[in-house]
Ligand binder design. Sequence first.
Ligand code: NG1
Ligand code: MG
Length: 389
Amino acid sequence: MKKNELREKFAQIFGDDGSVRTFFAPGRVNLIGEHTDYNGGHVFPCALDIGTTVLARKRDDKLLRFYSMNFPHAGVIETQLDDLIYKEEDDWANYPKGVVDVFQKEGKSIPAGLDLLFYGNIPNGAGLSSSASIELATGVMLNELFNLNIDRVQIVKYAQKAENEFVGVNCGIMDQFACGMGKEGHAILLDCQSLDYKYTPLQLSDHVLVIANTNKRRGLADSKYNERRAECERALAELQKELDIQTLSDLTVDEFEAHKYLIENETDRKRAKHAVSENARTLVAVDKLNDGDLEAFGKLMNASHLSLMKDYEVTGKELDALVEAAWNEDVLGARMTGAGFGGCTINLVNKEKLDDFIKNVGDAYEEATGLKADFYVVGIGDGAKEIVE
Ligand code: NG1
Ligand code: MG
């Protein structure tokens, strides 16, 4: 959608678009390091070149008005600045409402209401962080419009808090960090415990990253997500009876193997095994990438998928079918990305084989599941920012 179309729509919904400003925040895809963020481990996501655009204008009163081009039937959603509460029927608008609420609770003054028009081009419910993208677009918009001078990492933390406390999804920090801190052409190696991070240039030579969407919406994801968190917390508590560790990621794979029978429940033990091994894999994978060893990086992507399939049990038949179809083609690596149970896979594909890959994987997946997959070649963009003419 072009910027002038969005401005025209803004004028149509809210009246004149004279002093409107435009902000954008990307979605993200995680290359490796899955279900490690809330276990204090490392993740390796990059920001996409698709995301959420928000057009914003201050009002003279304390009213907040939200309109989404993606949900036109919902019309304009309104609320007062001093009356921000989660409402089921406000649906997507709970994300920007939550960010405004957190800013205010953290003592950042939002002195005026706003007219806000949102447009997103990330597929919903696919594990590409459309929600963090809305949160970061809102956070950066508030920071700029009201000259709040908040440090970017702090905005990232506020966005996560909005998702945790206002929306009620107990996610780790990966999504908000990637959407807020992304850098064109780079992935971010983030230590989710210390928040130390490092940009890694993604030099893929004759390869491209391809996202494949199962088009299976992740219905159960939220409850299973919380279940996995609880399993890992129980496992950690048992290990802590004898070990001086803060998170599962404080353990090497060997240390874990030596102490794993402290975890009595077999399921909890498998979950912890994934958390520990995935963190280790992520660090090795980034080293391999830095050495220019794309093949080794791809193999670790495959190992990540197997661990998520067998130990963490968050893949499901659609994701497994899509990854297995990719493994039968000429790929360096293929794995599920995001929370799992549906959503997307990420694939490292030779550019010259791209058309074959899309055709063959699409056909095999349809044959296995009856569903059609969508494919996108990843463009790696910057984190949230104002779009100036
Ligand atoms: P997605 O795929 O965006 O739902 C979820 C969590 C992340 C992380 C991954 C698994 C949310 C909003 N985000 O990602 O923090 O834990 O799963 O690596 O739930
Ligand atoms: Mg989400």
